[in-house]
Design a protein around this ligand. Structure first.
Ligand code: GLU
Length: 313
């Protein structure tokens, strides 16, 4: 990986002196999630700029991405806004490990926490998870961090779970079908292929967070918002599901070249109508929402593009 990034830096340098392409990569998530296809869509737009060559990398998710952007192994990464906040401020799981080099590029779309269970498990509420095999998320994912916070706020000790698995979200639909797990967590832009796959493989349900706990969580954390996964978004789930949400944010390191940041932001802004059609999770985004929920400062090149576009003063 080190060699790869040295090679990338070399290529970027070559690009700037010879007018050749600048290579950039974007860290996303599992292939059946939403980060990966949206990352691919962003790269397709960026690649219309003949000076850029953008590629996506499938990764373990937010925590992996934020750490590797800051190590300069990735140029850009998709990261949940709660994870951005904690990493920038050194809070939560990143206590004592604040990194002020983290920069925001765009807020991409809302992600809502889904607690996906098999109907057969009989789980209807968080408390029912006691004694069950629940995949809280693989290390490197944001799922792990967010689901742990929700359980903490239910005063639910994770030791009460029969198993708190570390499968990737991509592995979960199959594991649910094979009864290796009773449920799993996914903080994701909806609809996502992952949960659609689960719903077509076996009868599933989504477990919501009740009013009391939504209130408690929103009072305590600045980065969560209340959200609803609508009924019938996934086969067999005929009720609305109240839950908490964050934003998927594209981040980079403060040292990232202005050219690359500018190319990414302009690719999205200049092709906005086309961009919105590239994935259903982007349906409700607006140019203004690209600036919502950012908890690390904007990279100066992104800020300049937003100013030119009249989105920032
Ligand atoms: N939010 C998830 C995570 O950071 C990934 C979601 C996705 O891949 O779409 O772990």
């Amino acid at each position: 990986m080190k060699k790869f990034s040295v090679a990338l830096a070399g290529l970027a340098l070559l690009a700037s002196v010879s007018g050749a392409k600048e290579f950039i990569n974007i860290g996303t998530g599992g292939m059946t999630g939403t980060y990966y296809p949206v990352g691919g869509a962003i790269c397709r737009l960026v690649n219309m700029d003949k000076n850029m060559k953008c590629s996506v990398q499938s990764t373990g998710g937010s925590t992996y991405n934020v750490n590797n952007v800051l190590k300069k192994e990735l140029n850009f990464g998709f990261v949940q806004s709660d994870v951005v906040y904690d990493k920038y401020n050194g809070t939560g799981k990143f206590q004592g490990a604040a990194d002020k080099n983290l920069r925001s590029v765009i807020s991409i779309y809302p992600e809502l926490l889904a607690f996906v269970v098999s109907k057969e498990s009989g789980i209807k509420a968080y408390g029912d998870a006691a004694g069950k095999k629940i995949n809280i998320g693989n290390p490197g994912s944001g799922n792990e961090l967010t689901s742990t916070i929700v359980f903490e706020n239910y005063d639910f000790d994770l030791k009460k779970l029969a198993q708190h698995g570390v499968l990737t979200a991509q592995e979960c639909p199959m594991a649910l079908k094979d009864k290796k797990i009773d449920g799993y967590f996914y903080v994701v832009g909806h609809p996502t292929a992952n949960i659609t796959d689960a719903a077509t493989s076996l009868p599933i349900d989504l477990v919501g967070i009740d009013d009391e706990h939504i209130k408690k969580i929103l009072e305590k954390y600045p980065y969560f918002a209340k959200g609803v996964i609508p009924a019938k978004m996934y086969d067999g789930v005929d009720h609305d599901t109240q839950t908490i949400g964050v934003k998927a944010v594209l981040v980079t390191d403060a040292s990232q070249s202005d050219e690359a940041v500018r190319a990414v932001v302009k690719a999205i802004l200049d092709n906005f109508d086309e961009y919105k059609k590239l994935h259903p999770a982007l349906n409700l985004v607006s140019k203004e929402s690209l600036l919502e929920g950012l908890s690390a400062p904007l990279h100066p090149a992104a800020e300049a593009v937003y100013k030119e576009a009249g989105l920032l003063k």
